[in-house]
Design a protein around this ligand. Structure first.
Ligand code: OGA
Ligand code: MN
Length: 295
């Protein structure tokens, strides 16, 4: 069976597609992986329905797209982890499979995923692709939403575009969690997640398209007073996450969703916190810090 890619977003025909005709558990050829990357260039988010994969199969598939990240952005201590360091644990479960208490620290930290963000923008070299596999889905709620930062850039007022060009933001998980009133970091965590610089405007290396590079991790702009930077970033985020630029994915078990963090933001939506929700994420690293990438 051959890869078939079909746009599914009624709001835009170049953002979010469904990909069928591949069996990820069985492994894909280099040619199929290349065709998937071509589709990622166009659609930025691909949904692969009904891929009954385990972590090893998910990881093997992910390696076609670049070097892999490890889960160093997680807050859970290594001996408390449920999954290996190669997998980001996007669940509300502890290592015994029990649903976390409402006031559990790692749960509260994980609520940061409900703010618009781009994965690992708080790492010097951020993420390229994320691949998220749904294993257990709550009965309702818990959608994941995506926002197209290319279209948001294209529609931005030219004066604002000129102002954004060349700006450098500082990204940290301390900033995104701070937005939620979560400040209880250890000295070790503060050191590990010291702010890193990222360009505000990026150019996709293959398509040449420009886009905004925003995330709730962005806490200031170099050379700007902090409150002014935060207001500016808030305004840009408000613009970029208007309904016309977004798509809401409603999960079915064994969906695998793959997105390009260089050009989209995403966020999780609320669900009943007593219902298990278990998704596993593999993450492909970008090639370099954004300041080392040409624009
Ligand atoms: C992620 C993430 C959102 C969700 O996996 O990086 O932000 O809906 N997930 O769980
Ligand atoms: Mn994320």
């Amino acid at each position: 069976m051959a890869l078939t890619v079909r746009p599914i977003n009624p709001r835009r025909n170049d953002f979010v597609a469904e990909a069928t005709g591949v069996d990820i558990a069985a492994g894909v050829s280099a040619a199929t992986a290349a065709a998937i990357e071509d589709a990622m260039d166009r659609y930025a988010v691909l949904i692969f329905p009904d891929q009954r994969i385990d972590d090893d199969q998910q990881y093997a598939f992910s390696t076609h797209f670049g070097p892999m990240e490890t889960a160093t952005g997680d807050i859970v201590q290594r001996d408390e982890r449920r999954l290996s360091m190669d997998i980001n644990d996007i669940s509300n479960l502890d290592k015994h499979g029990n649903v976390l208490a409402r006031d559990d620290r790692s749960r509260l930290f994980g609520l940061g995923n409900m703010l618009w963000h781009s994965d690992s923008s708080f790492k010097a070299t951020p993420a390229k692709f994320s691949l998220l596999s749904a294993r257990v889905i709550p009965p309702d709620g818990g959608n994941t939403e995506f926002a197209d930062m290319r279209a948001a850039w294209d529609d931005l007022d030219p004066k604002l575009q000129a102002e954004c060009m060349g700006l450098v933001c500082e990204h940290s998980q301390l900033y995104s969690r701070g937005m939620l009133g979560f400040f209880e970091f250890t000295d070790e965590e503060r050191a590990k997640w010291a702010p890193v610089p990222q360009r505000l405007v990026r150019r996709h290396p293959r398509t040449g398209r420009l886009n905004l590079y925003l995330a709730s991790h962005a806490g200031t702009i170099r050379g700007w007073p902090v409150p002014e930077a935060r207001l500016f970033l808030k305004d840009l985020t408000e613009h970029a996450t208007q309904r016309e630029y977004t798509y809401a994915h409603r999960w079915r078990p064994f969906d695998l969703v793959m997105w390009d963090n260089r050009v989209v933001m995403h966020r999780a939506r609320r669900y009943d916190h007593t219902a298990p929700r278990d998704l596993h994420r593999t993450t492909v690293a970008d090639c370099a810090p954004t300041l080392d990438q040409p624009i």
